[in-house]
Design a protein around this ligand. Structure first.
Ligand code: SAH
Length: 386
């Protein structure tokens, strides 16, 4: 039998018909790129001139554009090309809850059906956004709602930045403002451990601080960490924004009970990293201390805290605990919190009681786990520390 071959009269120069449609090339997430990365993508991958990158970047990060369609000063040809090669990763508003104090909690749905939250906190002199960096969190702090979820995935830098753009858009509409960037301050205290997603955090910061982008000042950005010691050093070397440490205890025994990270890097190791942290002139490290009734709020706790912080330029934020049913911790009474603050102040440690924002909507940072979404339905993951 003859092997199957080209039939006699067939035109062998004709392009063979592909068996199935070619799969589309993976789209590049351009909203996750720094201006430098975007320039490289446009010039090297798309053969465009470098200044086009600046135009695209400003559309995305100054004006918060979410589609190529609206970028009217880019040629139609380029916009079409971008549609086939690139994407701006969207965050779709899924729910919003408003507190009587003006705080608004936004829940976003990611493209893969996850939920993350950001909390908008307006006050007289600033408009602050609390930003998430991960879906869930691997740190498993026992008082924290997000800690009960385990880590689902890191957010991309585009998704971190998209929270800021989306809330700018919301606030602009809500408060009838002309300015593209109503937000003045950012705190990375939402879902997740920022230093556990360091590369994407760093890229997001570089976008958020860029002059061609939203141009946030380093003085108006604070990143809060559970205390990943080796990453604190890198954070100090590779960024210039402010550092906050979630201390939440005055002894290792206490801290290891509520914050598993302490079993790897104890208080001494953590404070040592803080002493070595390259602080800019006049800056202090913020220590967050969630007050848990009859757990870490005694006079002895205050005295130990004074001792621990005595040689560190520090400021303590005492945070009234937002109770989460089922986690077993109670809020310290207001008078006790005030007494605790006075003890610290008398011991020459600057201490403030953080205003409890959005209490009626469970809007506290660290309380941002959603119970209904897909995030909650899966098993938790073990902490994997760097
Ligand atoms: N992983 C980072 C940032 C997210 S948590 C960190 O640990 O710093 C941000 C802050 O919220 C932390 O100081 C945490 O201790 C605090 N927190 C967590 N759950 C809370 C709750 N239910 N009420 C008040 N503060 C809470």
């Amino acid at each position: 039998m003859q092997p199957e071959s080209t039939p006699p009269n067939a035109d062998i120069t004709a392009t063979p018909v592909p068996e199935r449609a070619p799969t589309p090339a993976k789209l590049t997430e351009v909203s996750s790129l720094t201006l430098e990365g975007l320039t490289r993508f446009l010039t090297e991958e798309l053969g465009e001139r470098a200044f086009r990158a600046g135009q695209l970047y400003r559309w995305m990060h100054q004006r918060g554009a979410t589609s190529f369609e609206e970028m009217t000063d880019l040629s139609k040809v380029l916009r079409e090309k971008l549609k086939t090669r690139a994407e701006i990763v969207p965050l779709v508003k899924d729910a919003e809850q408003r507190s009587v104090d003006g705080t608004i909690k936004y829940r976003w749905k990611t493209r893969d059906g996850r939920y993350i939250e950001s909390v908008y906190m307006p006050s007289e002199d600033r408009k602050t956004l609390c930003v998430s960096t991960q879906v869930g969190c691997a740190m498993a702090c026992t008082f924290c709602m997000t800690g009960t979820l385990g880590l689902k995935r890191n957010l991309t830098s585009g998704e971190i930045v998209a929270q800021v753009h989306a809330v700018n858009r919301e606030v602009r509409k809500l408060e009838k403002l002309e300015t593209y960037r109503p937000l003045s301050n950012l705190v990375f205290m939402g879902m997740g451990e920022p230093l556990h997603n360091f590369e994407n955090l760093k890229t997001a910061l570089s976008i958020l601080q860029s002059v061609e982008g939203p141009n946030f000042s380093h003085r108006h950005i604070t990143v809060s960490t559970v205390g990943l010691v080796p990453m604190i050093e890198r954070f100090g070397q590779e960024t210039d924004v402010k550092l906050a440490i979630s201390l939440n205890a005055s002894t290792d025994e206490q801290r290891s009970k509520t914050m598993p990270v302490n079993r790897k890097w104890n208080i001494a190791a953590l404070l040592d990293a803080c002493r070595k942290f390259p602080l800019r002139q006049g800056r202090r490290i913020t220590f967050e201390y969630v007050l848990l009734r009859d757990f870490n709020d005694s006079d002895e706790d205050a005295y130990r805290l004074i001792e621990l912080l005595k040689d560190i330029p520090a400021k303590v934020n005492l945070i009234p605990y937002n109770e989460n049913p089922g986690l077993g911790f109670k809020t310290t009474m207001d008078e006790r919190a005030e007494h605790f603050r006075e003890l610290l102040t008398n011991g020459h440690v600057a201490a403030f009681i953080r205003q409890n924002r959005g209490r009626d909507i469970a809007g506290a940072c660290g309380q941002l786990a959603n119970r209904g979404g897909e995030n909650a339905s899966e098993s938790t993951q073990n902490p994997e520390l760097p």
